[in-house]
Design a binder for this molecule. Structure first.
Ligand code: G3P
Ligand code: CA
Length: 228
């Protein structure tokens, strides 16, 4: 059986509220190889770890995440009890215990993500191999590529493997992050022949996990990383 990296989705979303420190802690307890999180830029400039563009679904706040300062966001509760972490807090907590996949979800997130990655490499003994920066947003990925060509980039897609591969080649990204429903034996073989690693999401049921392993994916992003 092919062995694939075990990557916790938004921490361990199937077990503890997504993108919280507690969810990340849970993923680490499961012995993951990596953790995927989403980031947005807030009004005071910091990167905060949060999935949605608006606060309404996950917190007692309303409106766009990007309109609030960090101080204001820290007043809110995620699912009634957790706080919204910053990317810095997550970096300090993970401290290289596993790979960190930072999904640039919000606009204008690339610049600060690059700055932090470079700072943790220069000052905290992280290496480029400890990171994957992924995004659906071509603009953010292009920004990272222009800023620092050593940062491992992954192109996210839920639409087309071939388009993702074509764009990845234009920014020298070596990794594709497709939704699992897109994957076939053929496009997987093509991605590998072009030299790509493939990490697929969000794979939660055991049968699909096995099918993805049979395809030979390099990593699986799951809400239930304990099932991987
Ligand atoms: O990075 C994989 C996956 O998280 C992308 O979709 O909506 O869960 O951020 P989403
Ligand atoms: Ca994500």
């Amino acid at each position: 059986m092919h062995s694939s990296l075990k990557i916790g989705h938004r921490g361990a979303l199937g077990h503890v509220s997504e993108n919280t420190m507690e969810s990340i802690k849970k993923a680490l307890e499961f012995g993951v190889d990596g953790i995927e999180i989403d980031v947005h830029t807030c009004a005071s400039g910091e990167l905060v770890v949060f999935h949605d563009f608006t606060l309404d679904r996950m917190t007692n706040g309303v409106g766009e995440v990007s309109k609030y300062s960090l101080l204001e966001l820290k007043e809110l509760k995620v699912d009634g009890k957790f706080s919204i972490p910053t990317l810095v807090e997550v970096l300090d907590f993970i401290d290289k215990k596993c790979l960190l996949n930072i999904e640039l979800k919000g606009k204008n997130t690339a610049k600060e993500a690059c700055r932090l990655i470079e700072w943790y490499i220069a000052n905290k003994n992280w290496t480029y191999k400890n990171f994957i920066v992924s995004s659906f947003q071509t603009h953010e990925l292009e920004h990272v590529f222009k800023t620092d060509k050593n940062i491992p980039l992954a192109v996210l897609t839920k639409a087309s493997m071939s388009e993702a591969i074509e764009f990845a080649q234009s920014i020298d990204a070596k990794i594709i992050h497709p939704n699992f429903a897109l994957l076939t034996t053929e496009n997987m073989r093509f991605a590998k022949s072009e030299g790509f690693s493939v990490n697929t999401w969000t794979v939660n049921d055991v049968k699909t996990i096995e099918r993805m392993k049979d395809y030979g994916v390099d990593g699986i992003i799951s809400d239930f990383p304990n099932r991987l």
